[in-house]
Ligand binder design. Structure first.
Ligand code: CTP
Length: 394
């Protein structure tokens, strides 16, 4: 991702979660964003501006009428400079002010004066958050195009349990990066991705599966989301956390995955099958746990559905992408799959490579296009592989 030179103005308002905004700023700095901080007067009572200044590496702005440090009027210059304004944490007060056109301090005037997108990460007591006045204000702002990162549920600083905890700082930083992503070429497109291993159940306690972690499919889904697509991720048995802004559908077996994919296939623009689908299942599922008996245990397996092949026969205008996991004759085998399954692209993976592939964050792949064009990519992050794949579809 290229965030260099992009400016995020972080508005910090007065709540106990103020200290967590420091963590978000640190994460944004690590991703190369330029960060400017505006603190409200009450925020400065929780954490001193010095901490924010040190992490953002910029003077913290809080007073509208302070001696200007440059010739520009502060709220106008920050409003213009911002590529995005993020209010972390956002109190009921700042939400109420912006929703009702009140601009009486540096943060509210900057928000009022900006043309940049504004995102609020609310944090407050549950009863405040559920107060119909706050809800009305949030709805009103959402209808006007302001974004909200919903608070989490849990034990709040005041001792109450419920919704109102500031969302996870990792999630907030990812949300901001997603909004600021340079490429938005999938806006208006529907993308379906499958990820992770399926399982084939043997008896109530045993199943067979494979080593796929699902990371490649998740990276593809996140790339598509950040480029503006409406994304559905149909995942097998992965333990990865559901990414924000993506509809995640769980399916454990080949049959379940087939059903979930077919239910949605017609409405998609792009379908990418990164899942490692089990090709065989036990001929007979035993309802009872198989007991230890003879020295040898033989199980018979029968072929299961080839989901991608089926999609290849049904496809009309969808761009269809498959993966080829190979231990030998990589390109030859991948090419065969591209044609047999009627694909537009196939991403060939050498599963014997150390350091890439299964469970790794990196991958080294070759992408083959329908017209025979072959693109060898060096080892790179799975997210970068995803980006190169979508670049090809332009
Ligand atoms: N695939 C599928 N259904 C299956 C098997 C595979 O949809 N039953 C999809 C995978 O998601 C992948 C592509 O087909 O996109 C190729 O999967 P791969 O496991 O590499 O190949 P197979 O078709 O299973 O062939 P083989 O096991 O002989 O390599």
């Amino acid at each position: 991702m290229t965030n260099a030179k992009k400016t995020v103005v972080v508005g910090v308002t007065g709540g106990i979660a103020v200290y967590k905004a420091l963590d978000v700023i640190s994460k944004l700095k690590k991703k190369d964003f330029e960060v400017h901080v505006i603190m409200t007067e009450s925020a400065t009572r929780f954490v001193t501006p010095l901490s924010f200044q040190s992490l953002s590496q910029n003077i913290v702005n809080s007073d509208m009428f302070s001696e200007p440090k440059a010739w520009e009027i502060q709220h106008i210059s920050l409003a213009k400079r911002a590529d995005l304004i993020a209010v972390i944490p956002a109190t009921a007060n700042i939400i109420g002010k912006v929703a009702n056109g009140i601009a009486d301090d540096l943060l509210s005037t900057t928000i009022m004066a900006t043309k940049a997108p504004v995102v609020f990460a609310p944090a407050m007591n549950t009863n405040m958050y559920n107060n119909p006045i706050v809800r009305d204000n949030i709805n009103k702002l959402q209808n006007l195009g302001y974004k909200f990162i919903n608070p989490a549920s849990g034990r709040l600083a005041c001792g109450d349990e419920g919704e109102g905890k500031l969302a996870d700082t990792e999630l907030i930083s990812e949300y901001i990066q997603s909004m600021m992503y340079d490429k938005k070429d999938l806006q208006g497109k529907k993308v379906l991705v499958t990820a992770g291993p399926t399982i084939a159940q043997i008896d109530p306690v045993r199943y067979i599966t494979n080593r796929s972690s699902g990371k490649m499919g998740y990276a593809i889904a996140e790339e598509a989301r950040d480029r503006g697509a409406e994304v559905t991720l149909i995942c097998g048995a992965t333990s990865l956390a559901a990414p924000f802004g993506i509809e995640v559908v769980s399916s454990r077996t080949n049959e379940e995955m087939l059903k979930e994919v077919l239910d949605r296939f017609n409405e998609q623009d792009i379908v990418i099958k990164a899942a490692a689908v089990a090709d065989y299942k036990p001929k007979q599922y035993s309802d009872r746990k198989i007991k230890k008996a003879e020295e040898e245990l033989n199980l018979t397996f029968i072929k299961d559905n080839d989901i991608l092949k089926k999609l290849g026969t049904l496809k009309n205008n969808q761009i269809l992408v498959g993966f080829a996991a190979e231990s030998n004759d990589l390109l030859e085998n991948a090419q065969k799959k591209l044609h047999n399954k009627n694909l537009d692209y196939i991403v060939a993976n050498d599963i014997t490579a150390v350091d890439t592939g299964f469970a790794s964050d990196n991958n080294k792949v070759t992408i083959i296009c329908r017209d025979g064009k072959t693109i060898h990519l060096d080892k790179m992050s799975k997210r970068q592989v995803a980006s190169r794949l979508f670049d090809l579809m332009k």
